[in-house]
Design a protein around this ligand. Sequence first.
Ligand SMILES: NC(=O)c1ccc[n+]([C@@H]2O[C@H](COP(=O)([O-])OP(=O)(O)OC[C@H]3O[C@@H](n4cnc5c(N)ncnc54)[C@H](O)[C@@H]3O)[C@@H](O)[C@H]2O)c1
Length: 243
Amino acid sequence: MNLEGKVAIVTGASRGIGRAIAFGLAKEGAKVAFCHLDDPQAEATLSEINGVSEGLSISADVSDEHAVIDFFDAVQTKFGAIDILVNNAGILHEAPLADTLVSDFDRVISVNLRGSFLTTREFSRRTTKGRIINIASDLGVLGRENMVAYTASKGGIISLTRTLALELAPDILVNAIAPGSTETDMTSPQSMSPQALAKDLNTPLARFGQPEEIADMAVFLAGPKSQFITGQCFGVNGGSVMH
Ligand SMILES: NC(=O)c1ccc[n+]([C@@H]2O[C@H](COP(=O)([O-])OP(=O)(O)OC[C@H]3O[C@@H](n4cnc5c(N)ncnc54)[C@H](O)[C@@H]3O)[C@@H](O)[C@H]2O)c1
């Protein structure tokens, strides 16, 4: 167990990639607190974490400054000092540029980018030594038509990662994971157009990833074998982006 005695926060972990990351960290011995947006699936995720470690589930909007501060206060009260932060909460909006409302754009940037800023700021105020893992997207590197706010937010997260790796060094290591399309609610036919889903399959591995495949990288970046790694963005993406 590589994370015995550590305390981790994962944002947006009631389902999907966040849930797999939270469970992956818990299996390595970390106590895991997570937030979500009023998601009934949080109950099942919390039981799963409690089956292997100790968990805490709180409904808190990462784009709300006061909700983030209250969330961190609650985690510290229950578990003490926080060692690991995974910024995973995110939302997608797909529409042509001309049909994208200012409110759509602002909401996506607020959750994906401002949310990561707020949680990271709170973490840095309370933690002197630790790890931050930001969940970006391959689309933050590639761009994608009809997803102007989403791709801009994810490009912003990659940039944020580099700046904070500089600013918080050497005691806090900051890295990003840029997943390719992964099988979750975000990539269900209810959330994405058939055209976008078809594009997502056009990669060398020609399949969607599983949340656990993204979680494996997050667990590595949170653990003892990644101590010389900071400021990087790891593509776990079936080959959609090659550097
Ligand atoms: N699924 C993919 O193909 C894919 C690919 C690349 C990157 N990502 C990124 O991975 C992350 C997780 O995506 P997913 O596919 O698991 O999504 P999902 O929709 O399955 O889960 C999103 C999670 O975020 C939470 N959430 C949403 N808004 C929130 C808010 N304002 N405050 C707090 N929590 C909030 C939800 O409650 C849920 O727990 C996102 O940042 C997403 O952009 C996903």
